[in-house]
Design a binder for this molecule. Structure first.
Ligand SMILES: NC(=O)c1ccc[n+]([C@@H]2O[C@H](COP(=O)([O-])OP(=O)(O)OC[C@H]3O[C@@H](n4cnc5c(N)ncnc54)[C@H](OP(=O)(O)O)[C@@H]3O)[C@@H](O)[C@H]2O)c1
Length: 476
């Protein structure tokens, strides 16, 4: 499909997200001939830079973070489309010049704004763009978090919708665009083998884990105001959860997919916030600081760097199936995955389907067979499909941000969150936050698997987190 000419303007163009993800992703789209004939990337920042000094700063980031091969010629060609525009976006002053600049580039181009800034600026920038006649023929991509709570999310959404229209708002949650998250549709609905057993008759529990080995790094101020629950739960984790549990959409377009995700989110709940939410915070380990010793973190901070929850979906497919979700920083292993544990047949080890999302991508299936040469003895075996091994260097696998930027240019909303999803997710997150002020905070040593109380959460139900150790034990 042909894409209209675009002027892409990145607010927050001197930030971490722009250097690490956005500008390399646009480079890859350019290298893959996926950008329109006429396109311009205008990077907005308040630092005293020129286009030349900005390009100078960008070169090493492109070299380090581009997926496609990059040589001097391809880099310079791409950079010739990137310009720096110095302005403070909270002041009116720069907007008239920005408009003149756009007209000098291409008067008829579709305007695509990327707000790579804190959500507290989304409304200010949108009002200023409107007041200066810059919202006609325009669309906007906004980064999660979509507000800091339900009230601010509704307010931001109202302003942006009134000015730009809902069809022109693209809410990025880059987990939706991850290869293996998109693959869940095919795994679930494209295989009779899995489709028929995907529900409470066969499944004992669902586990979704998104664990990182990194700590808060330079983002102490942000994290102190956010914590693990707000940072990961109402967005990434609930997106994955709703794709794993939704009913099959009539077709795989944005409208039908969003509708089914929204329906399942409406039935998702937590039964007992005091008992079903476990908070943790990392302490020090060899060569690694405790959370409280990180820069810009209060020495007596009670902000959680880990959370584990037990949820339930009250519908015919999932009634009585516990859904366990956890996320943590400074965990022993970086891994995002979904585990479906099946009910055990008599004296047999339970079957498992594990969808590995990152860093490994693949599908693991565990089942039982008769031991060769024995009459009654069985053993547990597994099949482990490694998708990332099969697509070496991932040259043909667009990374999440590329896929998203390309989709926004094509006006395809499938990979973006609907506002109703955002609203339902914030409602549940707020119920949990407001109901757990008195929940204890458990400390866990950095580079371990989180507080032991998160294991108790599952053991109380006769379940267990399916970690590597458990897999090893059960398979041997
Ligand atoms: N980093 C990630 O991987 C990531 C992932 C998902 C979501 N996000 C979200 O994306 C947003 C941006 O993240 P980030 O990590 O890129 O933040 P960041 O590194 O702090 O960058 C913020 C950018 O906003 C600019 N800015 C702030 N106030 C401004 C003003 N009044 N006028 C002009 N420019 C102004 C800063 O410009 P100066 O250089 O002049 O300060 C900087 O370019 C945040 O909401 C974050 O939560 C980030």
């Amino acid at each position: 499909m042909r894409i209209n000419n675009h002027i892409i303007t990145i607010f927050g163009g001197t930030g971490d997200l722009s250097f690490r993800k956005l500008l390399p992703a646009f480079y890859n789209l350019h290298a893959g001939n996926k950008l329109p004939e006429s396109f311009h990337i205008v990077v907005v920042g308040r630092q005293d830079l020129t286009t030349e000094t900005y390009r100078q700063r960008l070169r090493p980031w492109l070299k380090e973070h581009s997926r496609c091969p990059i040589d001097d010629e391809s880099m310079e060609l791409y950079l010739s489309y990137v310009s720096y525009f110095k302005m403070t976006f909270t002041e009116d002053e720069g907007y008239p010049q920005l408009k003149t600049y756009f007209n000098s580039l291409d008067e008829n181009a579709r305007l695509l704004y990327y707000f790579a800034v804190s959500p507290s600026f989304f409304e200010t920038i949108t009002y200023k763009l409107k007041n200066h006649g810059l919202t006609h023929n325009a669309k906007v991509i906004i980064e999660k978090p979509f507000g800091n709570d339900l009230v601010s999310a509704i307010k931001i959404n109202q302003t942006l919708t009134d000015i730009l229209g809902d069809d022109n708002i693209y809410r990025i949650d880059h987990y939706i665009a991850k290869e293996m998250v998109q693959n869940i549709y095919t795994i679930r609905f494209g295989n009779a083998l899995f489709k028929e057993i995907w529900g409470r008759k066969a499944i004992k529990s669902i586990q979704i884990s998104a664990n990182e080995t990194v700590g808060v790094e330079s983002r102490g101020t942000f994290y102190e105001a956010t914590g693990a629950l707000k940072d990961m739960f109402p967005n990434h984790l609930l997106q994955i959860l709703s794709i794993v549990t939704m009913e099959e959409p009539k077709s795989f377009d944005a409208h039908h997919i969003h509708h089914q995700q929204e329906k399942v989110l409406e039935h998702l709940d937590i039964k007992n916030v005091q008992e079903d939410v476990i908070y943790g915070q990392y302490t020090q380990a060899i060569n690694s600081k405790s959370y409280r010793d990180e820069a810009n973190v209060s020495p007596d901070s009670n902000v959680e760097t880990f959370v584990a929850l037990k949820l339930a979906i009250d519908n015919d497919r999932w009634r009585d199936v516990p859904i366990y979700v956890r996320t943590g920083k400074r965990m022993h292993k970086r891994s995002t995955e979904v585990v479906l544990e099946f009910k055990e047949e008599l004296n047999q080890t339970s079957n498992l389907i594990i969808i590995k999302i990152q860093p490994d991508e693949g599908v693991y299936v565990r089942f039982n067979i008769k031991k060769p040469g024995q009459k009654n003895d069985t053993e547990t075996v597994f099949m482990d499909f490694c998708q990332s091994c099969n697509y070496e260097n991932r040259l043909n696998t667009p990374e999440a941000y590329e896929r998203l930027l390309h989709a926004a240019m094509l006006e395809d909303h499938t990979l973006f969150a609907s506002f109703k999803q955002v609203e339902l997710s914030w409602k549940l997150a707020e119920k949990i936050i407001n109901g757990t002020h008195d929940n204890p905070l458990y400390f866990y040593e950095a580079f371990t698997s989180g507080p032991k109380e998160s294991y108790d959460l599952l053991r109380n139900d006769n379940n267990d987190w399916i970690d590597e150790e458990v897999l090893g034990e059960l398979s041997s």
